[in-house]
Design a protein around this ligand. Structure first.
Ligand code: PLP
Length: 373
């Protein structure tokens, strides 16, 4: 019998979430952000599931774009950070990629290059994230250089990233948004600004393109969920089983360091999943876990290959009982990755991208139906 841990990926849920992002912004197009192995869900499988639905995909680097092309994906692919070296331009051109530019050296490299056809370019401005992008006061000059080079650059868009779109009420978001509105108006530029939280809750930021990422995978990025974010469906379910059960008297320590002690005579279930699979070791005692669809809590520190849960109040559970670490259990109960993240002092992004390669991915649904492998 194989180790029972696996990550089930529901491609129908991915398509449902994409449609929510698209329908929220009927005058925009939504580029599906697939970087970091589609947030841990499998780059090519997710792209194939969205092909025909999403008009373009976004990744962080050329290597991810090439993996998509090797996987047979023909749709436009945007490099969100552009090139990392001038030599990459030949592949950008050959593979028909679109690129962001955020620094002068990238513009210099592009203008020194002689493509057979101009390359679509998204010009990134730093409107307040202070990570990548041209300072706002330099944007017009950079834009003018690119606009004057129609043999190198075409379809210029203004791109920027929000620092606080997830907050319920954010002056900083309003400042970024107002600045971007002015910059776009001055240039007469189409925009690409909105990440998932902005797609979900800031219609004023919707542009020619939006860039939803984490919401496609069913995680709600909003500080306060709204009517649409509540309809997001989990795409990944991290699922395992109870592999051993211990009956312990009161006052017994469980696991490394004895962090958790049985408060009463207790039944402890051992689950085949640990930090060596990507489950967060910072999970505190009581972190929710679903066993046969019923909620219980983590009992003791997470080990490399196992973790322990309290089964005392879950009669009928035993070796072989289904354990859902996050996602949807067989009976339909949901434990969201966002809720888990709060118990681990982290965010859903790190949990989803942190599932390690030894966890087999099983794919379900998608345009061509169930395809477990
Ligand atoms: C430039 C850029 N655009 C879009 C996204 C998607 O953001 P989210 O996953 O919050 O929707 C990211 C993610 O980090 C990003 O870096």
């Amino acid at each position: 019998m194989a180790r029972p841990l696996r990550a089930d990926i529901d491609l129908d849920a991915l398509r449902h979430n994409y449609r929510l992002a698209r329908d929220l912004a009927p005058r925009s197009q939504a580029v599906a952000v697939l970087k970091a192995d589609a947030y841990g869900h499998g780059l090519v499988r997710c792209a194939r599931a969205l092909e025909g639905l999403a008009p373009a995909f976004a990744v962080a680097c050329l290597e991810e774009a090439l993996a998509l092309r090797e996987g047979g994906i023909k749709a436009p692919i945007v490099l969100l950070e552009g090139i990392f070296a001038a030599e990459e331009l030949a592949l950008v051109e050959a593979q028909g990629l679109w690129m962001a530019v955020h620094s002068d050296w990238q513009v210099d490299a592009l203008l020194a290059y002689r493509p057979a056809r101009p390359i679509p370019v998204w010009v990134k401005v730093d409107s307040g994230m202070h990570r990548l992008g041209f300072p706002p006061e330099r944007l017009a000059a950079v834009w003018a250089r690119l606009a004057a080079a129609p043999e190198q650059a075409r379809d210029l868009h203004l791109m920027s990233h929000f620092a606080t779109a997830d907050a319920e009420d954010s002056d900083y978001f309003r400042r970024q948004s107002a600045l971007l509105e002015t910059l776009a108006a001055d240039l007469g530029a189409p925009t690409c600004l909105a990440n998932s939280p902005a797609t979900l809750s800031r219609p004023e930021s919707h542009g020619a393109w939006n860039r939803p990422g984490v919401m496609l995978y069913g995680s709600d990025p909003l500080e306060t969920p709204n009517a649409v974010s509540r309809r997001l469906a989990p795409v990944m379910t991290l699922r395992s089983e109870i592999i051993a059960v211990r009956e312990l008297p009161a006052e017994e320590p469980v696991g490394y360091g004895g962090r958790w002690r049985t408060p009463r005579p207790s039944r402890i279930g051992v689950v085949a999943c640990g930090y060596g699979d990507g489950y967060d070791r910072h999970a505190v005692d009581g972190t929710p876990v679903l066993v046969d669809g019923r909620r219980t809590g983590l009992a003791g520190k997470v080990s490399m290959d196992m973790l322990t849960v309290d089964l005392t109040d879950l009669p009928g559970t035993d070796i072989g009982s289904e354990v859902v670490l996050w996602g949807r259990s067989s009976d339909g109960s949901v434990l969201s990755v966002d809720e888990l993240a709060r118990h681990c002092a982290t965010i859903s992004y790190t949990l989803l991208t942190g599932v390690l390669p030894r966890v087999p991915r099983r794919y379900h649904g998608g345009p061509s139906g169930t395809d477990p492998h």
